[in-house]
Design a protein around this ligand. Structure first.
Ligand code: DC
Length: 220
């Protein structure tokens, strides 16, 4: 069997991160949550007090990013997500981070069977050659419910309508930006998780992945 390469894309809160982690475990893959790269640039911009519109500062910070920068627990903060969504449209920043992502995909650790990357443009831009491309989606209302539950579990009081509004604004920003807008790759397997639990999502993804690889194995 060839080394595995799985590309997962989709909007925030659709469940792509959970799916990617489960697939990484099942198939012994190295996993890169590519949103963390954009978040790491956003966090450093905030820490250094840079103006989020300062293109040169964002490019400089993106170019200096190291693997250890992806381990900071502050990356999950709302303010960091917001900063990330401001720098994500910058083409030069995306180009620098593209090299980081491709390098990760080309050099998985020796004890791994391949890689799974999740983000917004993996199937179309980062790994167009991936045999398995999954686009995970869910309605904005379902994603807002999931986010609300997650925040409640962390003891954070939130308002459903505000979360829903925020999701819609982020979706619009991701989908309408000029560089690498969020969109499924042409041959992606679309998985709408609105009405599914995580186990069903994983089962469906595994059936798709195994059918893709069995086609290749039969051809070779
Ligand atoms: O998935 P996330 O919330 O961690 O992503 C943070 C931001 O980075 C979000 O605005 C989308 C952007 N992003 C991107 O443009 N391309 C990716 N491959 C991953 C994330």
């Amino acid at each position: 069997m060839p080394s595995m390469m799985i590309a997962i894309d989709g909007p925030a809160g659709a469940g792509k991160g959970t799916l990617a982690r489960r697939l990484a475990h099942i198939y012994h893959l190295a996993h890169l949550d590519t949103g963390l790269l954009y978040r790491a640039v956003g966090l450093k911009m905030l820490e250094k007090g840079e103006d989020l519109a300062d293109r040169q500062a964002a490019i400089r910070i993106a170019a200096s990013l190291k693997a250890k920068d992806l381990k900071n627990s502050a990356l999950r903060d709302e303010a960091v997500g917001n900063a990330a969504s401001h720098i994500a449209p910058l083409k030069e920043v995306r180009d620098v981070l593209l090299a980081f992502q491709r390098n990760f995909a080309k050099n998985p650790p020796v004890n791994k069977q391949g890689v799974v990357l999740d983000g917004r443009d993996i199937g179309r831009v980062v790994l167009p050659e991936a045999l398995c491309k999954i686009y995970v989606t869910a309605s904005p209302e379902v994603r807002a419910e999931r986010r609300l539950k997650e925040l409640h579990e962390k003891g954070i009081d939130s308002i459903y309508e505000a979360i829903l509004e925020d999701i819609k604004i982020r979706d619009a920003r991701d989908q309408t930006r000029q560089t690498s807008p969020l969109r499924p790759a042409k041959n992606a397997y679309i998985l709408d998780t609105s009405e599914m639990g995580i186990n069903e999502v994983v089962d469906k993804a595994c059936v798709y992945i195994e059918s893709q690889y069995s086609k290749v194995c039969k051809q070779s």
